[in-house]
Design a protein around this ligand. Structure first.
Ligand SMILES: [Zn+2]
Length: 89
């Protein structure tokens, strides 16, 4: 994956993704991110919480495309809400 860092302007290829877990128990948030090799800015590539992880596991087992799409839409909604809540805090 090629990325253009919007902080320092350098172009780089992402070779390594990191994940971290924020919070404990059922209220955790999982973040996937990569780092600009030049200025060390972190770029979040995904955020998930317990609810989203459960839905992702459900999608993997589904063969019905219509049901699958519904759950994928729900995952999108939850992800957007989660990103918003992270920005506020
Ligand atoms: Zn950079």
């Amino acid at each position: 994956m090629k990325v253009n860092c919007d902080k320092c302007g350098c172009n780089f290829t992402v070779v390594e993704f990191f994940t971290r877990k924020i919070g404990e128990g059922k209220d955790y948030i999982q973040e996937g991110y990569f780092v600009c090799p030049n200025c060390k800015t972190e770029f979040i590539s995904f955020v998930r919480n317990r609810e989203i992880n459960i839905l992702i596991n459900q999608v993997k087992t589904l063969t019905d495309l219509e049901k699958k799409q519904k759950i994928l839409d729900k995952i999108d909604q939850l992800t957007v809400a989660l990103i918003k809540s992270r920005r506020v805090s």
